[in-house]
Ligand binder design. Sequence first.
Ligand SMILES: *[C@@H]1O[C@H](CO)[C@@H](O)[C@H](O)[C@H]1NC(C)=O
Ligand SMILES: *[C@@H]1O[C@H](CO)[C@@H](O)[C@H](O)[C@H]1NC(C)=O
Ligand SMILES: *[C@@H]1O[C@H](CO)[C@@H](O)[C@H](O)[C@H]1NC(C)=O
Ligand SMILES: *[C@@H]1O[C@H](CO)[C@@H](O)[C@H](O)[C@H]1NC(C)=O
Ligand SMILES: *[C@@H]1O[C@H](CO)[C@@H](O)[C@H](O)[C@H]1NC(C)=O
Ligand SMILES: *[C@@H]1O[C@H](CO)[C@@H](O)[C@H](O)[C@H]1NC(C)=O
Ligand SMILES: *[C@@H]1O[C@H](CO)[C@@H](O)[C@H](O)[C@H]1NC(C)=O
Ligand SMILES: *[C@@H]1O[C@H](CO)[C@@H](O)[C@H](O)[C@H]1NC(C)=O
Length: 623
Amino acid sequence: MGMSRITYGLAWASCIGPSAAAWPQDVDVNSFVSTERGIALAGALANIGPNGTQVPGAHAGLVVASPSMTDPNYFYTWTRDAALTMKMIVDEILFGKTELTPYIEDYITAQAVLQTVSNPSGPLLPSGLGLGEPKYNVDGTKFNGNWGRPQRDGPALRAIAIITYSNHLLQSGETQRVKDVVWPVLQNDLSYTGQYWNSTTFDLWEEVNGESFFTTLNQYRALVEGSKLASTLGVQCVGCDQAPQILCLLQTYWNGRYLTANKNPDGSPIRSGVDANTMLASLSVFDVSASCDSPTFQPCHSQSLASFKYFVDTFRNPSLYPINAGLPNTSGVALGRYPEDTYYSGNPWYLITLGAAEFLYDAIAQWTAAKSITVDSTSLSFFQDLLPSIKVGTYKQCKKTDPFRKILTAAAHYADSFVSVAQNYTPSTGALSEQFLKTPPGTPTSARDLTWSYAAFITMAERRAGQYPPSWVPSPSPSLPSTCSPGSTKGVYAPATAAGAPNVTVGCTSTVLFAVNASTYYGENVYLVGNTSDLGNWDVENALPLVSSNYTSERPLWFLPASLTAGTAVGYKYARQEDCGQPWILESVNRTVQVPACVEGDDSVRASTDDAWTGSVGQHGNC
Ligand SMILES: *[C@@H]1O[C@H](CO)[C@@H](O)[C@H](O)[C@H]1NC(C)=O
Ligand SMILES: *[C@@H]1O[C@H](CO)[C@@H](O)[C@H](O)[C@H]1NC(C)=O
Ligand SMILES: *[C@@H]1O[C@H](CO)[C@@H](O)[C@H](O)[C@H]1NC(C)=O
Ligand SMILES: *[C@@H]1O[C@H](CO)[C@@H](O)[C@H](O)[C@H]1NC(C)=O
Ligand SMILES: *[C@@H]1O[C@H](CO)[C@@H](O)[C@H](O)[C@H]1NC(C)=O
Ligand SMILES: *[C@@H]1O[C@H](CO)[C@@H](O)[C@H](O)[C@H]1NC(C)=O
Ligand SMILES: *[C@@H]1O[C@H](CO)[C@@H](O)[C@H](O)[C@H]1NC(C)=O
Ligand SMILES: *[C@@H]1O[C@H](CO)[C@@H](O)[C@H](O)[C@H]1NC(C)=O
């Protein structure tokens, strides 16, 4: 990287209200950011249907994760990536790019329709289960493959993006349209959040099932903002009453040293729990006006800062990331998802390395707004990297001895150094893939043109330029319940027909639990296929994946609760496959199950099978 040239902002010379963007900025980073910001926006838009040049066939308003169709195949729309991208687009509209309005309008229509698409997580009606589905095909049809589902951050993130846009519409006097057209879409997502926040979820990396900090924090924000919008519209938000208990659960992720990203319901951490999850969560709830001790874990919160340092230092280890060898503690480094990562051998990600810069710009903005920095014993080691002599205390802007100014100058430089790292591994075209190799020369790898990488670049550039999204954190800070309790509010779900959803109705269905004992080898999955459209009409390519979470050597159980048309006889069988081009193996027998009569509003299991795999077994494909 070499030595960087520094420019000093105007406010630097005076004590009067510097804007955060007026802290020193690295000149080499300035020119990279200004060029790359345009490339990143074009790159994100090229991945959005119907006009996106990289994603022919994508439906209007569907954000495709990447144009890559093989190794890896990311040619799908993920609820999470799409919502984070749309939040960026809404913020860009607020910052003046009003020409982007058709993207969010298309998105709202597309999501209203998608909410009604029955999928392997379930249907919309009666209980909202289908809203937890993580991804769909780019034509808006369900994805049937084996996957980590449900993922309960999706509805919350989608609500946050659409609420930000709704608040903007309210300011333009479109209250009636928000109430009649947009609110029904939001009410489904807020219902889901209020009903299922206290159930386990797959995390944002889609790998582990448990409690996830990223999910919990975004759920809290969605319900707080949903509740406020509902009262403005004069409607009731079903589910928003759960917000205080979600905030209570959120406080339990701190382990004394860092925020544990993922944990089991019994409190035990999943892996080390050191994960970009927590930093990314703080980014998505950033509010420049929020207080640093807000229980919403803003970037400037002591525990967020301590976690940030712990996370970043983990990747300074050159045996984990050879590419970071020799970089001093005062410099940014390449960052990945979590130290145990093995996906594509576990490399740095652009969106995380850039996210570290954004995190620091956010904190700088908050300290600047507060005109004060508090260093406590939790955050001391974070601050010592910026100013080794710093002690626990509160430092006000413009005091003679001015540690405030020294810390912010060092933090601004530190933030820029993360951008500089990403710059070093960005090809001259400016294209951002998902990852770059952890070994020199840090060649880009995994999915090309990742929409989320581009969105992350833009949100980083916004913060660096002093552009902040609208505030949302309640003031004064909400008080926490004295004890945390489990909770759930039964949601209300209805197709958002005014926004374009088809008027789906509660079919007369009953839930059948399919359970089969089938010994499989690692990497092999079991599926269900049958003679109804829900079960793929005997087309094994549309078979439903079974779940192996209760599989043990004593009981090799694969199971799936499926909602089927009541009162019918259904023909079915199981199939197995290793998901890497190995051939399908179908059972040699045909089975039948009788679906019981329906009970309105009841989607609990009403019948179960007890099957044992019958037929030949699979060969390990070594893939
Ligand atoms: C897609 O192109 C059509 C035709 O030019 C245009 O009307 C529409 O606004 C475009 N959609 C977006 C999201 O830009
Ligand atoms: C449900 O909430 C209780 C109380 O906060 C908590 O102890 C438990 O871990 C939560 N479980 C999940 C899965 O969120
Ligand atoms: C860098 O940080 C690590 C971890 O906090 C610490 O052990 C090491 O002494 C620091 N190195 C320098 C040169 O300050
Ligand atoms: C949707 O269908 C239900 C039940 O058939 C009906 O009551 C309702 O009026 C329909 N809504 C619209 C917008 O057509
Ligand atoms: C799987 O295990 C969980 C936890 O023990 C249990 O609650 C659930 O009923 C099991 N599911 C099936 C289908 O056996
Ligand atoms: C599906 O298979 C079952 C069992 O063979 C049969 O009773 C039923 O009529 C079939 N349904 C259809 C729609 O073919
Ligand atoms: C038995 O299963 C096969 C699919 O493996 C299907 O094509 C066939 O129609 C089924 N037979 C009956 C009688 O359901
Ligand atoms: C499946 O395994 C369980 C546990 O060993 C056993 O109780 C059950 O009878 C088995 N089912 C069949 C159909 O073999």
